[in-house]
Structures are given as structure tokens and as C-alpha cells.
Design a protein around this ligand. Structure first.
Ligand code: SF4
Ligand code: SF4
Length: 215
């Protein structure tokens, strides 16, 4: 008797489970489809704005990027994905300045953690959501981000030129003052009778060739 009861009990729970499953299937059957038919829908498909697909430089309306070549992003990257090369240039005001030469980004080793973006003090880099990055060889994943022609440096204003000249004069005066102080200190030391360092003995001269001949 007990086995018949168990039989109908398990049959009932099986039917309940079946109905539950069919309810889920039926609900999904009438739910609007969210599966993307890629690549057929390439034109209409827009991934979320915050989707991180590839790092790029942010350029201003004047065609300039904001990178100051500080290297903060390169140091923050845990994978060595970023390589920065710098160069020294002379500004129109005559000052030496470190500038970005090449900014390489290896998409193949990027984990999209965004540490580089958050560590950048000038907002020079950002991620875009262009997800179509398939290439045939890995070396094509290494990208030069500062790939636009660089506009020439703006001419310095008269105020900047005057400031640069004042700075130059200040440095000259500073160097002169240092040299004078060193000279005065040396003179004072000599006046106080500081013994001179002992002169090294001269090496014995070798006998000349003609003297040797006479002998
Ligand atoms: S997102 Fe992360 S892994 Fe990718 S370049 Fe930036 S710091 Fe490196
Ligand atoms: S992108 Fe930003 S953090 Fe990286 S070197 Fe340029 S300014 Fe510095």
C-alpha cells in the first residue's frame, strides 16, 4: 500500500515540476527577443556607452591631445600594456620641455581594468566601445595612440618671453652668487692658515738619450 502511495506522490511532484518548467518556457516564448543577430545587425547594434573596448586619446577642438608624458598610466598598468617614449624639445620661449613622442597601447594584453584612465591627471585617455577589434596577427593589436599630426606650438606671448628672460637672468645671478661665495670661503680658509695639501713627489726623470750615449 505504501509503495502505491509513494508512486502517486512522486508522479504528482514530477507533473508539478513539468508544469513549472513549461511555465518558464512559455514565459520566455512570449518575452521580446534580446539575442543579437550579429553581424547582420552591425548597423543598428550599439553596445553600451560604458563598454570598454579600446583605449584612445582624447583630442580637443584645437586638434591637441592632453598627454603631458608623466608616465602615470604606464606605471599604473599591471600588464605592461602601455609604453611611452618621450623627447626633449625647446619651446618658442627658449625653454627645454619634455614631450610625448610615441604612446603605444597593446590591446592584446589589456584587461580593461581602467587603472590607466583613473590614474591620468589630465584626462588624456579614455575607453571607447568600438568592439570590432579582430585582426589576423597579434602585432596589429599594438596601436600608436598619438597618431594624428601634431599642430605647431603656439607662439609665446610677450609676457611669457619676459618671464623666460627673467628666469634666465635669475639663474645667471644665482650661479654668480654661488661662485662668489665659494671664492670667499676659499680665501677665508687660506687666511686662517689652512695647510695646503702636500704636493705629490715628482717621479724621477729618466736619463736623456744623448747623456746615455756620452757615457
Ligand atoms: S585598462 Fe588596465 S590593463 Fe588595460 S592599459 Fe589600462 S591599466 Fe593596462
Ligand atoms: S596619458 Fe595621462 S597618465 Fe598617461 S602619460 Fe599621458 S598624461 Fe600621464
Amino acid at each position: 500500500m505504501g509503495s502505491v502511495k509513494e508512486y502517486f506522490s512522486s508522479l504528482g511532484s514530477g507533473i508539478a515540476s513539468l508544469v513549472k518548467g513549461l511555465a518558464v518556457t512559455g514565459r520566455e516564448f512570449v518575452t521580446p527577443k534580446i539575442t543579437e543577430c550579429y553581424p547582420e545587425n552591425r548597423k543598428e547594434h550599439h553596445p553600451a556607452e560604458r563598454f570598454r573596448a579600446e583605449l584612445h586619446f582624447v583630442y580637443g577642438d584645437d586638434g591637441r591631445h592632453k598627454c603631458i608624458a608623466c608616465g602615470s598610466c604606464e606605471r599604473a598598468c599591471p600588464n605592461g600594456t602601455i609604453t611611452i617614449e618621450t623627447k626633449m624639445v625647446t619651446t618658442p620661449a627658449g625653454k627645454p620641455k619634455k614631450k610625448l613622442d610615441k604612446y603605444f597601447y597593446d590591446l592584446g594584453s589589456c584587461t580593461f581594468c581602467q587603472l590607466c584612465v583613473t590614474s591620468c591627471p589630465t584626462g588624456a585617455i579614455a575607453f571607447d566601445n568600438d568592439f570590432e577589434q579582430a585582426v589576423f596577427t597579434r602585432d596589429k593589436l599594438v596601436k600608436l595612440l598619438n597618431n594624428r599630426p601634431e599642430p605647431p606650438e603656439p607662439e609665446p606671448t610677450p609676457e611669457e618671453l619676459a618671464a623666460a628672460e627673467a628666469e634666465r637672468q635669475r639663474k645667471i645671478e644665482e650661479a654668480k652668487a654661488k661662485a662668489a661665495a665659494a671664492k670667499a670661503a676659499k680665501a677665508a680658509a687660506e687666511a686662517a692658515g689652512t695647510p695646503k695639501p702636500a704636493e705629490a713627489p715628482k717621479p724621477a726623470e729618466a736619463p736623456k738619450a744623448d747623456e746615455q750615449a756620452k757615457e
